[in-house]
Design a protein around this ligand. Structure first.
Ligand code: NAP
Length: 292
């Protein structure tokens, strides 16, 4: 089937943000394999090479359209969603996946980085959701998947900006879910633990540490822990396939926790008195500080 024929078919339409790598790329592949027409949006379409290569290998490239979109550009968000609605007549699923992680201790992270973090991870999600809602409301159907994180449920030292952005996504999605349920639209949170994607290189590569920082030792401990975690993290395909199942479901749950030890960690953080939990985290950090 050529691209035009596929576009004119009756396939459900999914819009995915941040599709150039990691979860976004694999979500596009998983959805296309399941017969969706996928609009793979990314900041720079020149970076669609890996998606195209993998999609061609899987024989699903005709089902994927790449479009440029930076989720922090409000006008572009509105224009792109309008174009998609006009071209395909429907949007059945929105996957708010675009995101990155700012690393560093609170005092060391410049205020601009806090704003950048919220602009993409939180306000980008809000802007995309607001733009897509009129299209879904008209058909009284659709699923919005917001990519949160275990860091949206429990915050660790050294990643406060990231955790704040994901906590915000969690609160937003709880309200969204309750507002949309009566309209037949589902809002869902996906909460992965660590998976092997480019986010680690990007986040760790730009971790903030002032020359005279009093947080040098704990920042280095967090870095060492993050590097070790990234090395042994599972493939993002696992999460992508779960997202494909979620958007197919007629009654998806609010939350999907994924990844090694994520569920146990969240349960423990909920069940243990805060004092015990804090002692466990600080002990683990001290142990990391002693390791080289
Ligand atoms: N990997 C993990 O362990 C993990 C765990 C929990 C949650 N998550 C979440 O999963 C999501 C995807 O991350 P990933 O792990 O797949 O990392 P990734 O491979 O770095 O992918 C992130 C994607 O988001 C895009 N992006 C960043 N800023 C953007 C913007 N302003 N507008 C549009 N796209 C933008 C990136 O585009 P560029 O190529 O242009 O940078 C890239 O395509 C993020 O929301 C992240 O917080 C990841």
């Amino acid at each position: 089937m050529d691209r035009r024929a596929a576009a004119s078919g009756d396939s459900p339409v999914a819009l995915v943000t941040g599709a150039s790598s990691g979860f976004g790329l694999h979500i596009c592949l998983a959805l296309a394999r399941e017969g969706w027409r996928v609009i793979a949006t990314m900041r720079n379409v020149q970076r669609s090479g890996e998606l195209e290569h993998e999609a061609r290998q899987a024989g699903v490239w005709p089902s994927i359209d790449c479009m440029p979109l930076d989720v922090t550009d409000r006008r572009a968000v509105e224009r792109t969603v309008r174009d998609i609605a006009a071209r395909y007549g429907r949007i059945d699923a929105l996957v708010n996946n675009a995101g990155f992680a700012v690393g560093g201790f609170i005092e060391d992270v410049p205020l601009e980085d806090w704003y950048r973090q919220m602009e993409t991870n939180f306000f980008g999600t809000v802007a995309m959701t607001k733009a897509v809602l009129p299209v879904m409301r008209e058909r009284r159907r659709g699923t919005i998947v917001n990519m949160s994180s275990v860091s949206g449920r429990m915050a660790f030292p050294g990643y406060a900006a990231y955790a704040s952005s994901k906590f915000a996504v969690e609160g937003f999605t709880e309200s969204l879910r309750l507002e949309l349920k009566p309209l037949g639209i589902h809002a869902v949170l996906v909460e992965p633990g660590a998976y092997k994607t480019a986010i680690w290189d990007k986040g760790l590569g730009s971790i903030r540490l002032k020359d005279d920082s009093p947080y040098r030792q704990p920042t280095e401990a967090v870095l060492r822990y993050s590097r070790r975690t990234a090395e042994t993290a599972p493939h993002p395909r696992e999460v992508a396939e779960a997202v494909a199942r979620i958007v197919r479901s007629s009654s998806p749950r609010l939350r999907y926790v994924m990844g090694k030890g994520s569920f146990a960690a969240i349960c423990l953080s909920r069940l243990l008195p805060w004092k015990w939990y804090e002692r466990a985290i600080l002990c683990a950090m001290r142990r990391q500080s002693l390791r080289k």
